[in-house]
Structure formats: C-alpha cells, structure tokens
Ligand binder design. Structure first.
Ligand SMILES: [Fe+2]
Ligand SMILES: [Fe+2]
Length: 192
C-alpha cells in the first residue's frame, strides 16, 4: 500500500493537476461499489486500485501530457496508449490489488456501446471495476477545471451523465450514481 501511495506521488511530479483528482476517485469508486452491493473488502481494494487508473500516463511524453490545447490526431493516438502502458506495468501479478489495478488501467476508457478504447469492449465485457471507475472519472473530470476546459456546473454535469447513460456509461450505474449524487458532490467539495 505504501509503495502505491509513493508511486502515485511520483506521478504527481509530472502532472500536478491530478493529485486531488486521484484522491477523490478513490472515494467515489468505493462509495459506488458499496451502493451496488460489492463487499467491503472488494470496495477497499477498488478504492486503492482505482486511484491508479492513469498510472500509464508516466509513459506519455510531456509535450502531449501537459499540452494546454486540444491534442491532434497523432498525439491522441499516443495519449490513448496510457491504458495499455498502465496494464503493461502491472501485468502478471499474483496480488489481488495489482490485478485489479491492471484491469482498471486497461478498461477505464471503454464505453458501454463499444466506442471506447483500447479494445472497443461493449457492455458487461468491460469489468465492473472498469465501468465504476469510468463513471467516477467522467463525473470528476466534468466538474473540474482542466488545461483544455473550464469546470462545469453540477446541473450541466448531471445532464451530461444522463445523456451518456446507455451509450458511454453503464445505465445501471448512472441511475445509482445520480440517485445518490449528494455523496459524490460531498466528496468533490471535501477533497478540492
Ligand atoms: Fe485515463
Ligand atoms: Fe482520471
């Protein structure tokens, strides 16, 4: 666990914007896991594993990772490899935690309708921990300011999540997430 925390700290040297995002993701995913009935141990592992969803970004060059504007097509292709690079870093472990990190690193950009990356997985072919991390990541990204966008209001974020339900995001998870939105807003406010 300590090594994970320190590895995350190492990634912050490259991209300082992500420190609080990573902490919030850990809380969101374990709360959503609890809400859908995952057991306590799984939620605990999920909390730590999801914090490392973007660990593969350590393999993305600065001029792409830190670019203030939109990425061009060629840069975008490289950016997308943070999923496979993350899985590459973690593959072949016997540890439950590290196996889950590998799964999440690889699948957190897959979409319900199969238009995500890197493997174009559809529906439940994307593991539940990947789908949980995806929805929490989208929620936090939309609510936050990024180099390429302003922070959106909560009303607009909720509308966007409803729009993405069943296409980008797992509709079942969106419903539970929005029914319990206060929990997630509180995490966002507390760890900003
Ligand atoms: Fe990512
Ligand atoms: Fe993220």
């Amino acid at each position: 666990m300590e090594l994970i925390q320190r590895l995350l700290k190492a990634t912050e040297f490259r991209d300082k914007d992500t420190g609080e995002h990573i902490i919030r993701i850990g809380y969101y995913t374990s709360e959503l896991g609890k809400l859908i009935g995952l057991d306590e141990d799984t939620c605990k592992i999920l909390s730590h594993a999801s914090m490392m969803h973007d660990i593969g970004k350590i393999g993305i060059p600065d001029n792409i990772l830190l670019k203030p504007g939109k990425l061009d097509q060629e840069e975008w292709v490289i950016m997308k490899t943070h999923t496979t690079k993350g899985a590459e870093i973690l593959k072949g472990s016997k540890s439950e935690l590290i196996k889950m990190v590998e799964e999440i690193a690889l699948t957190h950009h897959e979409k319900w309708d199969g238009t995500g990356y890197p493997k174009d997985l559809k529906g439940e072919d994307t593991p539940i921990v990947g789908r949980i991390t995806a929805i929490c990541d989208v929620f936090d990204a939309l609510l936050s300011r990024r180099p390429y966008k302003k922070a959106w209001t909560i009303e607009v974020v909720i509308e966007e999540m409803k729009c993405g339900s069943g296409t980008h995001l797992d509709a079942f998870l969106v419903e539970i997430f929005l029914d319990n939105i206060e929990i997630f807003i509180n995490i966002k406010e507390k760890y900003s």
